[in-house]
Design a protein around this ligand. Structure first.
Ligand code: NAP
Length: 606
C-alpha cells in the first residue's frame, strides 16, 4: 500500500467492515463499543493494524465470541449464531477443515457435463481429493459456461466480484467491483487451467443420451463431437450434470418472428459481427440482460425502441460501475478487510434479504408488497426510481413496477433509467402484435427496425433436456422432468443412480446467494455423497422414493409463502409452468446446511 497512508486508507473504509476487522484482529469482542463512532473505530484500527501490516503478526481464526461480535458489526445487526460456520468458510475468516481425500474404487469414472462455474469447480475438487479419473464435456468451444455464452455488449456480473468468486480465490485482481463478462470468462478458464483440468476437458462435445446399465452399475453415455460429427459411447460410474439453469434461450411467441429481414439476436446467442452503430434497433424485454445491453448500445445506435411488457424493480449499489484501483484496491490489502467485506456483502445479497421475500398473510397491502420489510424496500426502490426519472412523469408512470419487490429478480441498475432518458431511446409499453419483415408492430403503431434484439431470457424449466436420460428400470428421467420436475435437495432425481444434477429443479435460491456459492454448496454435497458411496462399498446410490416425495411435499407446501410464487405476475422461476420450479423456498442458511453432507438414510445403496 505504498501510495497511501494508513490514515487515508482507514478514512476510505466501510465503517462496519472496518469495525469487524478491528474486532477480529484485536481478538476482543468489545473492541468496538459503539458501531456509530467512526472516529473511534478508525483510531482503534490504527492501533491494532500495524503489526499485521508489517507482517509481525498473522491473523488467526477468531474465537466464537469474537466471530459473533465481528459478524454483528459487519452487518449492523444481530446475526444468529447459526451463521458462524458459514462465515468461517465462505468469508474465509477460518478455520476451514479441508475435506479428506476420496478413495474411489479402481476404475471409478466420473463424467461432468458442462465446464461452467460449477463443472469446473467439481472437476477441480475431485482432482484435489484424488479422484482423478474424470472427464468434463462441454458443448461450447471454450469453458466458461454462462460467461462464455453471454457475450452481449455490457454483460457483467450484478453481484460484487469479491463475493461472486470462488471462496478459494476471491480476488484474482478484479478490475472492477462488478466485473464485466470478459473478466469472468478469464477467471473461470484460468481456474480450469490452474487446477490442471484441461487434459480431461473435451470441448465441442454434446451429450445426447445416457442410459443406466444395472448390470455394470454405470451410465452408458452417448456423445457427439459437434465439429466432426463423430459419435462415441463412454461409461461413467457417476454423472454430474452441471449444465446450468439459464442455458436454453427463450424466444417470444410473437407472430411473424421468422419474417424479420434484418439480424435478430438473442442476448445469449450474440453475433459480434452484427453492426449496431447508426442502426435502428429494437430490444424486446426489460430484465437483467436488457438492463445491461440497452445502456451499452444506446449511445452508438441511431435509434432504440425498448419493448416493455413489465417494468422491473431496480436498485442502485454505490460500487457498481466503479473500478477497483488506487485506494479502493489498497483497502482490500488491509488484513481481513476483504474477508469481512465478503461477509457483509454476502449478507446483503443473502439472508439479509430473506425477511423481505416471505409472504405475511396478515399484511394489509398485498396489492403492493408482501410484508412490512418488503414494503420498506418498495419505498426505497420507488425513491430511487424517482431520483432517476421523477422529473419525467411519462417514464415514471411506465417504469413503476406493479408487483412486489423480489417477485422477479431484483436488478442492479446499469444505467437503465439514464438510457431511457436519451433522446434516441423510446420505451414502448404498448403490447406487441407482430413482427414483420420491416420491424415490430405494437397496438400503438409500427417501428421500422434494422436489428432486433431478444432480451427475453431463458427457459429455466428445462432440466436435463435435451439429453435423453434413461434411468433404473428404463425410467424416462427426461420425460419425468418435463412432466413434473423434482429432485431431492434440487440434486437427486428418482431412479437415477449416481446422477447429480446441479442445479436441478428448485435447486438454487432466487433472492439470496449467488452462482458461485450455490456451486460450492452442490459440489460439496456431491463430494460427500461419493464419499458415502465409497465408504459403503456400494456401486450406486439412489434417492429413496418416499424421501423424495416427502421433500417435494414440503417444498410445494412452502413455495406459496415466497413472493416469487405469487401468480399476479410472471417470472422466469416458473418457466411456462404454473408453479415455481427453478428456486427453492429456503433461506441461504438452510440451503447451505442442507448441502453440507448427505443423509445416508435418504438413499438406497446397491
Ligand atoms: P428475464 O429476466 O426472464 O427477462 C426477460 C424479459 O423479456 C422480461 O422483461 C420479459 O417480460 C420479456 N419477455 C419475455 N417474453 C416476452 C414476450 N413474449 N413479449 C414481451 N416481452 C417478453 O431474462 P434475462 O433478462 O435474460 O435475465 C434472466 C436471469 O439471468 C436474471 O434474472 C439473472 O438471474 C440472470 N442474469 C444475470 C445477469 C447478471 O448477473 N449480470 C445478467 C443477465 C441475466 P416480463 O417481465 O413481462 O415477463
Amino acid at each position: 500500500m505504498p501510495d497511501f497512508t494508513l490514515d487515508e486508507i482507514l478514512a476510505h473504509a466501510d465503517r462496519r467492515t472496518l469495525a469487524a476487522v478491528v474486532t477480529h484482529l484485536a481478538g476482543d469482542p468489545n473492541a468496538v463499543p459503539d458501531l456509530r463512532d467512526r472516529e473511534q473505530i478508525e483510531a482503534k484500527a490504527a492501533e491494532v493494524l500495524p503489526p499485521y501490516l508489517s507482517g509481525a503478526k498473522t491473523p488467526q481464526p477468531p474465537s466464537d465470541e469474537v466471530l459473533q461480535s465481528a459478524m454483528n458489526h459487519a452487518v449492523g445487526a444481530e446475526v444468529p449464531a447459526a451463521y458462524r460456520q458459514l462465515a468461517r468458510e465462505q468469508a474465509g475468516v477460518g478455520p476451514v477443515e479441508p475435506p479428506a481425500p476420496l478413495n474411489p474404487p479402481d476404475g471409478f469414472h466420473v463424467l461432468i457435463i458442462g465446464a461452467g462455474v460449477t463443472g469446473v469447480l467439481m472437476a477441480r475438487v475431485l482432482n484435489q481429493l484424488g479422484l482423478t479419473d474424470f472427464t468434463v464435456v462441454e458443448r461450447n468451444a471454450e469453458p466458461g459456461g454462462t460467461w462464455y455464452v453471454n457475450q452481449y455488449p455490457g454483460c457483467r456480473v450484478d453481484t460484487p466480484s469479491m463475493l461472486y468468486s470462488y471462496s478459494f480465490d476471491p480476488d484474482p485482481d478484479w478490475p472492477e467491483h462488478f466485473s464485466h463478462q470478459p473478466e469472468l470468462l478469464r477467471y473461470v478458464k484460468q481456474t480450469a487451467e490452474r487446477s490442471g483440468l484441461n487434459d480431461r476437458l473435451r470441448l465441442n462435445t454434446e451429450v445426447e443420451r445416457m442410459t443406466w446399465d444395472a448390470d455394470t452399475g454405470a451410465w452408458l453415455v452417448d456423445m457427439t463431437d459437434t465439429v466432426t460429427g463423430a459419435t462415441e459411447q463412454i461409461t461413467a460410474h457417476a454423472v454430474v450434470a452441471a449444465m446450468g439453469i439459464l442455458r436454453v434461450p427463450k424466444l417470444p411467441d410473437i407472430p411473424g418472428r421468422e419474417a424479420f429481414a434484418g439480424p435478430a439476436l438473442h442476448t445469449a446467442l450474440w453475433d459480434k459481427s452484427v453492426e449496431l452503430a447508426g442502426k435502428r434497433v429494437g430490444v424486446i424485454g426489460t430484465g437483467a440482460s436488457a438492463n445491461q445491453v440497452v445502456p451499452a448500445v444506446a449511445p452508438v445506435v441511431d435509434s432504440l425502441v425498448v419493448y416493455q411488457r413489465s417494468a422491473h424493480w431496480m436498485m442502485s449499489h454505490p460500487k457498481y460501475g466503479k473500478v477497483l484501483e488506487g485506494i479502493e484496491k489498497a483497502l482490500f490489502q488491509v488484513p481481513m478487510y476483504r474477508e469481512w467485506h465478503r461477509f457483509s456483502e454476502g449478507w446483503k445479497f443473502g439472508d439479509g434479504v430473506t425477511p423481505m421475500v416471505t409472504v405475511d398473510p396478515s399484511w394489509p397491502h398485498p396489492e403492493r408488497s408482501v410484508n412490512a420489510a418488503n414494503d420498506r424496500m418498495r419505498a426505497q426502490l420507488t425513491e430511487y426510481l424517482e431520483s432517476q426519472v421523477g422529473d419525467r412523469p411519462d417514464l415514471m408512470a411506465k417504469c413503476l413496477p406493479d408487483f412486489p419487490p423480489y417477485g422477479k429478480r431484483l436488478i442492479v441498475d446499469n444505467g437503465w433509467y439514464q438510457a431511457l432518458r436519451r433522446p434516441n431511446v423510446r420505451l414502448e409499453t404498448s403490447p406487441l402484435v407482430e413482427i414483420d419483415e420491416a420491424g415490430v408492430r405494437t397496438r400503438a403503431g409500427h417501428d421500422d427496425l434494422d436489428v432486433l434484439v431478444y432480451a427475453t431470457g431463458f427457459q429455466a424449466d428445462k432440466v436435463l433436456w435435451p439429453i435423453q436420460v434413461t434411468g433404473q428400470g428404463g425410467a424416462d428421467i427426461t420425460a419425468r422432468m418435463e412432466a413434473e420436475p423434482e429432485a431431492y435437495l434440487g440434486v437427486a432425481a428418482a431412479d437415477a443412480p449416481n446422477l447429480f444434477i446441479t442445479p436441478g429443479p428448485n435447486g438454487i435460491l432466487g433472492h439470496g446467494g449467488n452462482g458461485m456459492l450455490f456451486a460450492e454448496c452442490h459440489v460439496r454435497y456431491i463430494v460427500e455423497s461419493l464419499r458415502l458411496l465409497f465408504e459403503r462399498g456400494a456401486t450406486a446410490m439412489t434417492v429413496k422414493p418416499e424421501v423424495l416425495s416427502a421433500y417435494q411435499e414440503d417444498l410445494l407446501e412452502r413455495l406459496p409463502h415466497f413472493v416469487q410464487s405469487l401468480t399476479t405476475f410472471d417470472n422466469w422461476y416458473r418457466g411456462d409452468r404454473d408453479r415455481v420450479i427453478a428456486i427453492a423456498p429456503k433461506s441461504l442458511l438452510e440451503f447451505w446446511n442442507d448441502t453440507r453432507r448427505p443423509d445416508p438414510e435418504a438413499y438406497a445403496f446397491t
